[in-house]
Design a protein around this ligand. Sequence first.
Ligand SMILES: *Cc1c(COP(=O)(O)O)cnc(C)c1O
Length: 377
Amino acid sequence: MTTPDAPALPLRPELADQVPYGAPQLDVPVLLNVNENPYPPSEEVVAGIAAGVADAARTLNRYPDRDFPALRQDLADYLAVESGVRVAPEQVWAANGSNEVMLHLLQAFGGPGRTALSFAPTYSMYPEYARDTHTRWVTGRRAEDFTIDATTAVATIEAEQPSVILLASPNNPTGTALPRATLEVVLEAAARIPAVVVVDEAYAEFRRAGTPSALELVDTYPHLAVTRTMSKAFAAAGLRLGYLAASAPLVDALRVVRLPYHLSAVTQAAARAALSYRDVLLAQVADLRAQRDALVAWLRRQHSAGRPVQVAESDANFVLFGTFADRHAVWQGLLDRGVLIRETGPDGWLRVSVGTREETQAFQDALTDVIAEQEQG
Ligand SMILES: *Cc1c(COP(=O)(O)O)cnc(C)c1O
């Protein structure tokens, strides 16, 4: 509130009506709203991370390594195991969550007079990175089934002349993966602008067999950046560690815009310790994938208002389903039964994360109830 003698704050006009980003966090028994891995780290992992952090604490009087070569090496090793693609540590970059990695990308390759392009519906944070870096934000449209049509994509790229193209694969909130052929067409069109193509693979570890990773193209296309995170499959959302693989010149550009010492010694140590337990931390991924496929099949057998429930193809640890005439009523009905999901995506759709088997069952029971209640009402 402004009082007569308090001067107004010189807020950037484009921020005037904005609120901070955040999914509603409510205290209910079943949390299936932000695509976390539902399994907390074991005591063995906790002890390992604590020991790594204790070591880092012994030198906290010093600034951390600005270029964190040891962590970049560990991340490169992890990517080699996960995807079969070996990149050099100089081709890896990391920051406090892939959110910050994206910000670095837009700071280096976006900016005033420049355009960032994505295809809607997609991750709701992207326009915020664009806003915060004074980059013009444009979205093309995805097809009915949430895939990206290559011809439309090229036409949009040529019309809008972006310097950054953001493609989430698997996409959030739809779960849709980007086929290799489409990505290659986009990469070729982007090279002619030129634009940097960012493939956001936050959910890559959940992809179905046969779905490739864009990492396979990093050595062919110097303008491709593939971002990853430890927040989802890796069961370390609280760690805040995101990273990318790209050509060494692209990574060097990010080193220019990062704040000095952006990755604390504590974060570096905790991330390295967590990576050393990758087998334990990723142990539930196969189970979550199987549960995801079972949940998609179950949802497709459900009916609402006389129509089968539609479900988007998912390569992620969440499922987008709908459509409901009043999706908010369905969301609220689930919440009343102790299950929090996400009211996001195109009109009428809802997104649910895959939880533990008990949590997924609780969601299914609650949804059955809510739909039955609506049919009666
Ligand atoms: C969750 C998510 C991320 C991860 O963000 P972090 O900052 O690494 O936690 C990135 N991209 C998409 C599309 C996501 O859904």
